[in-house]
Design a protein around this ligand. Sequence first.
Ligand SMILES: Cc1ncc(C[n+]2csc(CCOP(=O)(O)OP(=O)(O)O)c2C)c(N)n1
Ligand code: SF4
Ligand SMILES: [Mg+2]
Length: 289
Amino acid sequence: MNKRVEPVYLEDKLQEIRADGHLKYRSKSLPTWCPGCGYFSMADGLTVALNRLGLDNRNVVTVSGIGCASRFPFFVNTYGFHTLHGRVLPVATGIKIGNDALTVIAVGGDGDAFAIGGGHIPHAARRNVDMTYLVFDNGIYGLTKGQTSPTSALGFKTSSTPYENGDAPLNPMMMLLSYGASWVGQAYAGKPHHLTDMITAAIAHKGFSFLRILSPCVTFDKTDNTYKNLSMMVRDLPDGHDGTDMMAAMALAMQDGHPALGVFFQAERPTLAEVMQTSIDRAQQASAT
Ligand SMILES: Cc1ncc(C[n+]2csc(CCOP(=O)(O)OP(=O)(O)O)c2C)c(N)n1
Ligand code: SF4
Ligand SMILES: [Mg+2]
């Protein structure tokens, strides 16, 4: 016997979305990304995550560099800072040092993060600055109309590599693990519910959390990081993966051809603010004696 399918009324759905409360984290500016761009999942994921964590949007700062990904602060209703290309982490670190009570979310693309901004990542990670870094990795420079990036695959043809990319891609997960990030995870724009859980967990972590989000650039990449290809490539974390085991996390990171989705590694250690407070206390003790 056929089951009766209950109708869904648009007005009811709208009421449900309004009652959920996450819309207060949306800004009045609608995203300017191309229809179908993976980045829409990130905007929704972050607003739902902020709502879940019950964070007051006046205490949240979203900071970005330059690129399509870096348009992000305009589309969320938090304080925001659209900085210079590749300079998201120094600015975000400065904000955190200025007011440790703020929740700081740094955002950027793979070019912003790993090309021009690559020199800043090890230092934010090793200092364990208490912030979340969301890297939207589409393996291409989207904003400047589709050139190869440091995460583009070998053989990828773009406007800057019309005879195929000959540069080996770097491995972001391996980099962040070896830099000492205290939380390292991976998500995929095509799995928005999992992505939202991962953004929530990354923000909840005390210390430097890095989330790489695999995402298609539907306008300039018709061959490599497409939804079809990424959906076939990604996989769940292996059963029983121990997120405190660095060697296991690195072994996962080495298998970047079949990216695993989840928390690779997490550890607790003092944050930059705590380390700085210890220095301040010691200096005060020394000057009092
Ligand atoms: C100092 C400087 N160099 C180069 C540029 C040009 N530029 C703007 S965005 C960008 C790359 C963006 O790629 P990515 O960070 O991957 O972001 P996406 O657009 O893919 O989201 C480049 C090279 C710039 N704005 N400033
Ligand atoms: S150019 Fe690519 S990355 Fe930029 S908004 Fe369009 S689809 Fe997204
Ligand atoms: Mg990019």
